[in-house]
Design a protein around this ligand. Structure first.
Ligand SMILES: C[S@@+](CC[C@H](N)C(=O)[O-])C[C@H]1O[C@@H](n2cnc3c(N)ncnc32)[C@H](O)[C@@H]1O
Length: 220
């Protein structure tokens, strides 16, 4: 994955999940001019990967800091990416895509059932079960895919990838986990390690988190 020019404070810096999803994207045969959507673009890293391959890329983020950072990174890279501010698919609700990329917030949060994530934590916190945004993507993304179109979504094994696969299959897509990577617990998970172990999300012996990519294709 290429280096991003600018990641201001409060914008998610590309990490292992970004890299895992970029690897999954590299497996996809993107025809020239394919329409790609990067939802929750952050610094724009994944949008730029797709644009480098000649795709027509749209990126969306709910954070204005992310939108400005991604616009600047696209300009520095000299790549034409349309970058919109908005909540998930709202800014593109009448459009269709060949590929949808999503690295959404997916970390279970101890107080997630009581209050919505705020500030920088909006990039990772996703309710008590980590599925606040993933469930919405499972419901809405199938309606924005062209026949043969593909959703690539990265999440933690802590937030129910089996549920993701099940929901996408129920929507008529061919879905499966196609990539996995185990990584050391980062600062956010270490800070709530005890709570995760009490809830049975991490076993006593587990000192790593597993990231997975779910690939879901709408049959032609
Ligand atoms: C884990 S970061 C991923 C950033 C980038 N795609 C990457 O892989 O490095 C999640 C991003 O989703 C954005 N986000 C969170 N909730 C969103 C929503 N409802 N609609 C659009 N973007 C959202 C956050 O602002 C953040 O930039």
């Amino acid at each position: 994955m290429s280096v991003i020019a600018l990641v201001p404070p409060g914008v998610y810096a590309p990490q292992e999940d970004t890299e895992l999803l970029a690897g999954a994207l590299s497996d996809e045969p993107l025809p020239p001019g394919a329409e790609v959507l990067d939802v929750g673009t952050g610094s724009g890293a994944l949008a730029l990967e797709a644009a480098r391959r000649g795709s027509r890329v749209t990126a969306v983020d709910v954070s204005w800091s992310a939108v400005w950072a991604a616009r600047l990174n696209a300009r520095v890279a000299g790549l034409p990416v349309r970058i919109l501010h908005g909540n998930l698919f709202e800014p593109v609700r009448d459009e269709m895509f060949d590929v949808i990329l999503a690295n959404p917030p997916y970390v279970p949060a101890p107080d997630g059932h009581r209050r919505p994530p705020r500030g920088a934590a909006r990039a990772w916190d996703a309710g008590g079960d980590g599925r606040l945004v993933v469930d919405r993507i499972c419901r809405q993304a199938p309606g924005l895919l062209r026949p043969g179109g593909v959703l690539l979504l990265v999440q933690s094994a802590l937030s129910g990838p089996d549920l993701t696969v099940g929901q996408l299959r129920a929507a008529g897509l061919k879905a499966a986990v196609t990539r996995r990577r185990r990584i050391p617990l980062g600062p956010v998970l270490r800070g709530r390690e005890r709570w995760l172990r009490e809830r049975g999300l991490l076993s006593a012996a587990d000192d790593k988190e597993e990231l997975v990519v779910v690939r879901a294709e709408l049959p032609v």
